[in-house]
Design a binder for this molecule. Structure first.
Ligand code: NAX
Length: 335
């Protein structure tokens, strides 16, 4: 019997946690052959909700589940962790400035990064879901000097999958007919969902859109005026319609992100926010979304793609936002 993989989920008592835990325990993230041990980290007010989820996990009698532990201590939660999903974060509340939000989250992700550095398994993969996800990942990575920086990611797979979903509807095809979409930059309204290299059933998406919408100009206008803003602001749309933020889709994206990182991508690229080493002119150290592939040993940025002037400007604007967040955190003395 294989040694269980230890998966730590923070904010496990929240709504993404509730959508995530059952699928991890069911084998959707690490495959049908890998037993898992779950560690749930919560703050004291969230412990009861995590305990309730743990009771329900027991009631599912998942064959792969080898135990669930609940704690409010990061060092206990991350001890021996092979996969860490950092979902719990301080939400923005009324009257809170951006700087307050960054500071409150630095107070969470700094200590969690330090705890991971001390006690996580040598092969740990860390995915930050809690917002502002890119900068939280930057802070966690900076607080864990002994863990290779390329093990720290922030989630932009949901943005990637939202882009696939929009294109699938626009082109009237199943989502898996579309490949090589990319999300660049920050997981925020400044992100750049890019279809310049995307294909549908092997044909350029730009050609297929032009056919369907009546020409290249109309396709370009649809991309600028509808597709990009819809994907970039989809989170707000979900809140407006559903009355609370994306949960099942975010959990699904987190599962897909980890699965593809550790088992490999099979159909073209996906998107993930990773620590830049200067690729595409993104300043070294920023956690930015890029198109990525994996052979099962973690994500690698797809290099050598052409960005046209408009794409470049969009990426630069999103990267400027990331740099401003990093600078604000630096001024607080966190980095
Ligand atoms: P909830 O408020 O339902 O749950 C968050 C949970 O985290 C709560 O149970 C809370 O007690 C816990 N928590 C807070 N501080 C903690 C700490 N220091 N240690 C451990 N647990 C802590 O939020 P939910 O809807 O689950 O969303 C979680 C995070 O995901 C939010 O920051 C949200 O903005 C972010 N999202 C990120 C997405 C992405 O694509 N990157 C998309 C979905 C989501 O908006």
């Amino acid at each position: 019997n294989a040694t269980p993989t230890t998966v730590t989920v923070t904010g496990a008592g929240g709504q993404i946690g509730y959508a995530l835990l059952f699928r991890i325990a069911g084998g959707a993230m690490l495959g049908p052959d890998r037993p898992v041990r779950l560690r749930l980290l919560e703050i004291p007010q969230g412990i009861a909700a995590a305990e309730g989820a743990a009771l329900e996990l027991q009631d599912c009698a998942f064959p792969l589940l080898r135990g669930v532990e609940i704690t409010d201590d990061p060092r206990t939660a991350f001890d021996g962790a092979n996969v860490a999903l950092l979902v719990g974060a301080r939400p923005r509340t009324a009257g809170m400035e951006r700087g307050d939000l960054l500071a409150a989250n630095a107070g969470i992700f700094g200590p969690q990064g330090a705890a991971l550095n001390e006690v996580a398994a040598d092969d740990v993969h860390v995915l930050v879901v809690g917002n502002p996800a890119n900068t939280n990942a930057l802070i966690a990575a900076a607080s864990a000097p002994d863990i290779p920086q390329d093990r720290f990611h922030a989630l932009t797979r949901l943005d990637h999958d939202r882009a696939l979903g929009q294109l699938a509807v626009a082109l009237d095809v199943p989502a898996d007919a579309i490949r090589d979409v990319a999300i660049w930059g920050n997981h925020s309204a400044t992100q750049f969902p890019d279809v310049a290299h995307a294909t549908v059933d092997g044909r350029p998406v730009l050609d297929a859109l032009a056919d369907r919408l009546g020409g290249r100009d109309r396709a370009a206008a649809w991309l600028d005026d509808e597709f990009i803003p819809r994907v970039a602001k989809r989170g707000a749309e979900i809140i407006a319609v559903r009355g609370s933020s994306s949960a099942a889709s975010a959990a699904n994206a987190a599962i897909s992100h980890v699965r593809d990182a550790v088992l490999g991508t099979t159909a073209g690229w996906t998107s993930a926010a990773v620590v830049s080493r200067g690729e595409y002119g993104v300043p070294e150290g920023l956690v930015s979304s890029f198109p990525v592939t994996s052979d099962g040993s973690g994500y690698r940025i797809v290099e050598g793609l052409e960005l046209d002037a408009r794409g470049r400007a969009r990426l630069d604007a999103s990267v400027a936002e990331l740099a401003a967040e990093r600078d604000a955190v630096r001024e607080m003395g966190v980095l």
